[in-house]
Design a protein around this ligand. Structure first.
Ligand code: SF4
Length: 364
């Protein structure tokens, strides 16, 4: 990457944040549910937020990755299907998952093998690029957006100032705090949350965080009316037991059977290299179980399969036909950002418009 920054530079790309509480001799970071108490000169568990002179500093002003991605890649199937996004990542994470597929940017400073490369950029430049490319959805993703909400807010706010039709979101591990969600306020339209395991011990071992925190985030985000979709990366022998998947489905149903649940196929990566990749049959079995448990929208991912399509939960009609990270046909009727089944009129969870990206939404 020409003009790339190395880590000693990246730490300069930080500014004071109000998302903290001051205590005697320390600041408590309020961005995620670790709530790190950081003494002067120290940094939090993510190593990206630090206390200098009694003030908490948070990263801004760079990206580690910047790509035009289809929204289906996030994966989000119920938010303006068929649309393109401009997706940006930074560095660092508050988790330490051994199968992380983005470890080269998420494990910066924790793992010496993570290269920690990034590129300086201004929020104005990023928004201009989105406008030039006709990408009206901005997504903070690739690493954990919950540790850098200030930078996302700056970009999202500026984008909407230049064009109010911009939509914005996070692809998160779900450990972001309620204070973080409040801080983002109306500046975030959707959040995708990972539900990596439904067993507290395993969850803690994998991530270093508490399962309860993510479950509480799911309830909180949904209660705030922010569009929400969930993802479980299915790892054979780790989280694919029938009991565990049934527990996950029951929890989601209790929050709302309308929340889309993506069950995506694991492949060995990073430090979890000995496991088997999930097969198409594993995904289809888990998706079928989720649907039988009473969830309205359960999808497979990372495999070519019919489990990518959306059907009306009331009459069973096909509503959205998808390919691998792409949309074929969209048959929903869109009205005032809401979607309806064209056959029976049932309201379909999500945000839709009559432009419908590359699809063919029936609009008003
Ligand atoms: S974002 Fe989370 S891990 Fe990072 S300093 Fe704040 S509370 Fe700690």
């Amino acid at each position: 990457m020409p003009g790339a920054l190395v880590i000693r530079d990246i730490l300069k790309y930080s500014s004071k944040t109000p998302l903290c509480r001051k205590e005697a001799g320390a600041t408590v970071c309020l961005a995620c549910r670790h709530y790190c108490r950081i003494p002067e000169g120290g940094s939090g568990r993510c190593l990206m937020r630090f206390n200098e002179g009694g003030e908490l500093y948070a990263p801004r002003g760079y990206v580690s990755s910047l790509n035009a991605d289809p929204i289906e890649k996030k994966p989000l199937f119920h938010f303006l299907p068929g649309s393109g996004t401009l997706s940006f990542g930074m560095l660092g994470c508050n988790f330490k998952c051994s199968y992380c597929q983005n470890w080269e940017i998420s494990q910066t400073l924790k793992d010496p093998a993570a290269p920690a490369r990034a590129q300086e950029i201004k929020a104005e430049t990023l928004v201009s690029r989105a406008l030039e490319e006709g990408l009206k959805i901005l997504v903070s993703t690739y690493n954990e957006p919950g540790i850098t909400p200030e930078w996302a807010k700056e970009i999202f706010f500026l984008a909407r100032k230049r064009d109010p039709s911009f939509r914005t979101g996070f692809v998160s591990n779900g450990y972001l705090s309620p204070e973080n969600v409040e801080f983002m306020g109306g500046d975030v339209d959707f959040i995708k949350i990972d539900l990596k395991s439904f067993e507290p011990e395993k969850f803690l071992r994998l991530t270093g965080g508490k399962l309860r925190g993510v479950l509480d985030s799911i309830k909180y985000v949904f209660s705030k009316g922010i569009h929400l979709e969930l993802v479980t990366l299915l790892v054979p022998g780790f989280n694919d037991g029938e009991k565990e998947l049934a527990g996950t489905a029951a929890f989601i149903k209790e929050v709302s059977p309308e929340i889309p649940w993506h069950i995506t196929a694991y492949h060995p990566d990073y430090r979890m290299l000995e496991g088997k990749a999930a097969k198409r049959e594993d995904i289809e079995k888990a998706v079928t179980a989720g649907r039988k448990a009473g969830l309205n929208y359960v999808y497979g991912g990372n495999v070519h399969s019919e489990t990518l399509d959306t059907f009306c939960p009331a009459c069973g009609d096909l509503l959205v036909k998808r390919g691998y990270m792409s949309v074929g046909e969209i048959r929903l009727r869109a009205e005032n950002s809401e979607g309806y089944c064209p056959s029976c009129g049932k309201k379909i969870y999500g945000v839709y418009n009559s432009r419908g990206g590359s699809g063919s939404v029936i609009g008003k």
